[in-house]
Write a new protein. Structure first.
Length: 332
């Protein structure tokens, strides 16, 4: 299953209701409706984090969409600043709150951003300071949607930083659309994975020669479509599917709670069945390179399939044991 087909699955979901863990401190510009039937729209942002950065700041400019008559509508987002690092896993920030809109279908939907120039706009904060960030095409793409009369419609854009955030040799950052999708909040759920500590120990032991001096292993959970049926099919993060492997569609870092138990979180996944893999060699997985065929990266374990259920109103959490799990500890 190609990544483009998977994203099309996400984009085919029409908006029907609200959900998610949102903040309400957002502007609510109303679209002129001239007495026509209307519904309301809310949009939230969330992210899948990456190691080594302490802040990823977006400065939002406009919400842009095109209606059925191919008329483009632009609405100010008032320069909102959003630090994506604050909204990981099943947490999100509502950036558009109950926007009143005429009934109809909308396409070519996106949020434009103010590009970073070193003084203003988007930026990344890491161990070397604050650096300008350029966003691909100057926008965050969003799903097409339909507005139904007298209904509230809500969706979330999930931004995969590990897959999309890149740094050059001068510490300038770019954020691509790779690993970004939108999902109808009524038809999505969240995944909490309990990772077997024996897998952690065995992966580190088997790959001891791969660990750079004074460095640490990067433990990652990889999410695949259900067309993957074995460890041998699990590819790395790559823009293009490689021969014999299927590329991951989402990635999440493993974390440890206060008691040392390993776990991971993936938020805002469309309902459906997926497969999960694990590796401790995430530092060898470059998103724009085929590392599993041409590099040193390998997958370590196949955690099997998991089915994400949305629940009655969306946003239910599914708990998965990877291997023998971690004894039921879910972080904290």
């Amino acid at each position: 299953m190609r990544r483009s087909n998977f994203i099309l699955l996400f984009l085919s979901l029409f908006l029907m209701a609200c959900g998610g863990n949102d903040s309400n401190n957002s502007p609510s510009p109303n679209i002129p409706t001239t007495g026509n039937p209307t519904g309301t729209l809310s949009i939230a942002l969330s992210d899948a984090p990456m190691k080594g950065v302490s802040g990823v700041m977006l400065q939002l400019d406009e919400l842009v969409m095109t209606d059925e008559s191919n008329v483009q509508h632009r609405y100010s987002l008032q320069g909102q600043h959003v630090d994506l690092i604050d909204y990981q896993g099943r947490h999100s920030l509502k950036v558009v709150d109950e926007l009143t809109m005429p009934v109809g279908n909308y396409h070519n939907v996106y949020m434009s951003v103010i590009q970073g120039d070193g003084n203003n706009g988007c930026y990344v904060e890491d161990g070397q300071g604050i650096h300008a960030m350029q966003v691909q095409d100057g926008r965050i793409p969003l799903m097409d949607f339909a507005v139904v009369a007298n209904q509230h419609h809500s969706f979330t854009a999930e931004i995969g930083l590990y897959m999309g955030l890149h740094q050059d040799q001068e510490y300038n950052y770019t954020l691509s659309h790779h690993g970004t999708w939108s999902v109808n909040n009524r038809f999505m759920g969240h995944l909490l994975g309990e990772m077997d500590p024996q897998w952690i120990a065995e992966c580190e032991a088997q790959n001891s020669a791969m660990l750079p001096i004074n460095s640490e292993y990067m433990h990652l959970a990889y999410l695949y479509p259900n067309t993957v049926t074995s460890l041998a099919q699990m590819g790395d993060v790559h823009d293009v599917m490689s021969a014999g492997h299927i590329s991951a569609i989402a990635v999440a870092p493993l974390k440890q709670d206060n008691a040392g138990n390993w776990y991971f979180e993936m938020g805002f996944l469309p309902e459906g069945t997926y497969r999960v893999g694990y590796s401790c060699l995430g530092d060898l997985d470059e998103p724009h390179r085929n590392d599993i065929n041409n590099g040193l990266f390998t997958m370590f374990a196949d955690a099997g399939t998991v089915t994400i259920h949305a629940g009655a109103n969306g946003g239910s959490q599914t708990v998965m044991q990877c291997g023998r799990g971690n004894g039921g500890h879910h972080g904290g």
